[in-house]
Design a protein around this ligand. Structure first.
Ligand SMILES: [Zn+2]
Length: 288
């Protein structure tokens, strides 16, 4: 895929499952189950669609999926299926772990930061040894000082080994990583959720991370029950949605197991999602 001159791909770290009710917050089940059919444990299947950017001679990865460090009980609870994982998916695009020069974390929850480290004996070690790993200061602070509610999402093995290896860079602001690739930081899912905007040649694409995790979350009231600041999630959607529709931005969905990217248009009062890219599957197959 291209946005102007920026080449990008979605690379998968496999799939996992979360409670459908929690994924859709106040939306009644009769509505969400039509879009995401639950399994017998009421869980819905989710992708880990990480964003690979190849532009200006750089190799940039946004988020890293779940990784494989956690134990059998964790993998069972969350229905983790990543025998083929992010490293395999990158190989399908001719990218070796040592080729990645930058990893951007939208936040440090385990389904976003898990794949940046791997188990080696008793230790967790970096997967991308030559990459600067970027995380917003507020998110790092909140990950290291979790509340009773947030602590299950933050597993220190996902970022402490990066800091110990001198690979962690803390961002205090929004930043332009390379020309046309900018981060934006808003409260909502967490206190400082980072999203990524691509802008080149008059085209735009948005990677909203957990502000809009699947194509079902495009409508403004469809907000996750997991969000710590749901009214801020709503405000961010209001801020971006009209402009993104009017200017025909591409929406890229991190957790949608079917739709990797889409355009959104209005049809009267309804929003219509028109897929432009399927969600990736994990593994070495080359996608165009
Ligand atoms: Zn997530």
């Amino acid at each position: 895929m291209k946005t102007g001159t920026i080449e990008w791909h979605l690379v998968s770290d496999g799939t996992f499952r979360l409670d459908g009710g929690a994924m859709f917050g106040v939306v009644p089940k009769p509505l969400w189950q039509k879009k995401s059919p639950p399994d017998e444990s009421n869980r819905i299947r989710l992708g880990t669609n990480c964003l690979l950017l190849k532009t200006a001679g750089r190799v940039i990865l946004v988020d890293t999926g779940l990784g494989r460090k956690e134990n059998a009980r964790f993998r069972e609870i969350y229905g983790v299926a990543n025998d083929a994982n992010l490293v395999d998916s990158l190989a399908g695009h001719g990218v070796k772990p040592e080729d990645v020069d930058t990893v951007v974390y939208t936040h440090l929850h385990f389904d976003h930061a898990g794949g940046g480290t791997r188990r080696e004996g008793d230790a967790a070690v970096p997967v991308f040894p030559n990459a600067r790993h970027l995380v917003h200061a507020t998110e790092l602070h909140d990950a290291e000082n979790p509340t009773v509610r947030s602590s299950a999402s933050y597993l220190p093995d996902n970022w402490v080994p990066l800091r110990e290896a001198g690979l962690l860079d803390v961002l205090h602001d929004e930043t332009e990583i390379v020309p046309g690739v900018r981060t934006f930081v808003r409260p909502g899912h967490v206190r400082a959720l980072t999203g990524v905007l691509l802008e080149s040649g008059g085209e735009k694409a948005i990677y909203p991370s957990d502000n809009m995790p699947t194509s079902a979350h495009v409508p403004i009231p469809w907000v996750m029950g997991y969000d710590l600041y749901p009214l801020d999630t709503v405000a961010t959607k209001v801020e971006f949605l009209d402009r993104a529709i009017d200017e025909e931005w591409t929406f890229i969905f991190e957790h949608d197991p079917e739709v990797g990217a889409a355009k959104v248009r209005r049809d009267g009062r309804h929003l219509v999602v028109e897929p432009v890219l399927p969600a990736p599957t994990a593994g070495g197959a080359v996608t165009p």
